[in-house]
Design a protein around this ligand. Sequence first.
Ligand code: PRX
Length: 648
Amino acid sequence: MSASIEQILEETRHFLPSPEFSAKARVSSMEQYREMYEESINSPETFWAREASDLSWQQPWDSVLEWNVPNAEWFKGAKVNISENCLDRHLTNGRKDKVAIHWEGECGEKIALTYADLHREVCKFANVLTAQGVKAGDPVLLYLPMVPEAVISMLACARIGALHSVVFGGFSVDAIVDRLEDCGAKYVITADGGFRRGKAISLKDNVDAALERYPDVKCSFIVQRTESEVTMVEGRDVWWHELMADASAEHTPEGFDSEHPLFILYTSGSTGKPKGVLHTTGGYMIGTYTTCKYIFDMRDDDVYWCTADVGWITGHSYICYGPLLNGVTQVMYEGAPNYPDFGRFWKMVEDYKVSIFYTAPTAIRAFIKAGDDLPNAHDLSSLRLLGTVGEPINPEAWMWYHKVIGGERCPIVDTWWQTETGAIMISPLPGATPTMPGTATLPFFGVDAAILDEEGNECPPNAGGKLVVRKPWPSMLRGIYKNPERFQTAYWDDYPGIYTVGDGARKDDEGNTWIVGRLDDVLNVSGHRLGTAEIESALVAHDNIAEAAVVGKPHEIKGEAVVAFVVLKSPVNDEEYTHTLRKHVATLIGALARPDDLYIVTALPKTRSGKIMRRLLKELVSTGDITGNITTLEDPTVVEELKALVQV
Ligand code: PRX
């Protein structure tokens, strides 16, 4: 296995949960964790059937798991409605008038929706969708800001068996068109706009531009948020509030097969266009429910806040589904973390008395830069548990989170998982697991995670290898939408019957997993996945770009930043030209993908067979030098030009 994914073991600090925390936790010791873990691996049927019995099933399953590699069927034969489990169940278990969502707009408006309110809105919108012709199995594309209507739309789709496919509101027109074409959606839910850093950002204009190129959409539902002027297209665009005004609040949730598709969420891969990751109902429900129950140890008196956007898997599993399945009260925030300043989150933690807080390392690093005065100005004593997700957390950020935000009293759950895994896979259990800055520690119940070498042998402790999962788990992806071939090649071809994650990792002597990073050509920018191939194809779509290579370089806040090298078709004498080309990427994909640096070069480093040697470019942008083996380069003189150009 390549030495590049080996890592020196330096971190030795251990943090144990306090006895008070452990005493109240669902899993309160390592013995209890081990016992439950063993049962989940050796008798998954018994383990998962017991967990599943916490929730409502309209018809019981015939079998807990049928596994024909790579196709898993969980709770086969059962009929279930996930929206009923998130909402209706709480109307009769004492949570009817409990706040489900405290929503706060960027300008400070507040809306509190109880479980009864959320149920009513979802029932009404389910009726609206049906009245407009949406049927079970139909894909519906959502392009929304962080407003309650985003969650209402997802749950209403799920309630009638339609598949939601949420596109992050920061993605561009091209990204919307690509996803519409891939999934074939005939319905769109969007808004006039959303607020971000005090400005109204238009969303409908992007959808309108996309629908000019993809005319198959029959109905576009428009949420009114910013009250900006929009053009309504007759016969296609309808106002959410107008249809909701007359909609009935009565809706009986139909039971769907446990394996009925729930949603598609596009995520970047190492080749080609983003993959439409498909999740289904019963297994995903149990995965998100149990991870919230044990990892966030959610209680009736908790106030939980996940700062992700619903456009990412974290927003699906840990804003929309998991917390509502657990009947918890949560906070949902519309805007930017630094509006009006970097104290916004801490003010909200104080205002709502947040007890569980889940965010990304990139945000933590930005808060560190903004200084301790901002969090110190607020009462954060309501917090009892902290979480992180999206990328490996650097020990400095972990320690700051622990001290300044957690007051050295809150366990930190560093949760490793992916869009594909649907729910958290590796994480401490807060009342049991000793934590260490930088490791997601141990596998969750039912997760048989291992580190393998190229031959498929398990790596010894501290040796780097490929992270894999050897057994099926309930919330696993069920495919790439309409593309079984890509499903097979992307995840199941490396080792027979084993799921390949795409991350490099090692396990230490105690069995803790340390994620080292992606092994494929996928970048992790601010905890979000971007394929280098995707950005390169956006670059070469420009009229004047002949060739492009994209790599990541370490970035203090974002974790990784995008760096592009391009060869032009004809030279341009304009100092602003690199800016124009960077902007072109933002226009085609979204601002997240805009390269921080873009270098115009006369040639890219290639092997004799014409393969771009991104490894050299990566080394150059990270260290300012190229020391790696260049003997396979077709033209070694390129290296000198590159070295002269790139200063770190
Ligand atoms: O490389 C891992 C990294 O993010 C990838 C998954 O990205 P995505 O599907 O966008 O989902 C992000 C939110 C779940 C993984 O393959 N990653 C995610 N969480 C962690 C992480 N790397 C290290 N530690 C984590 N806690």
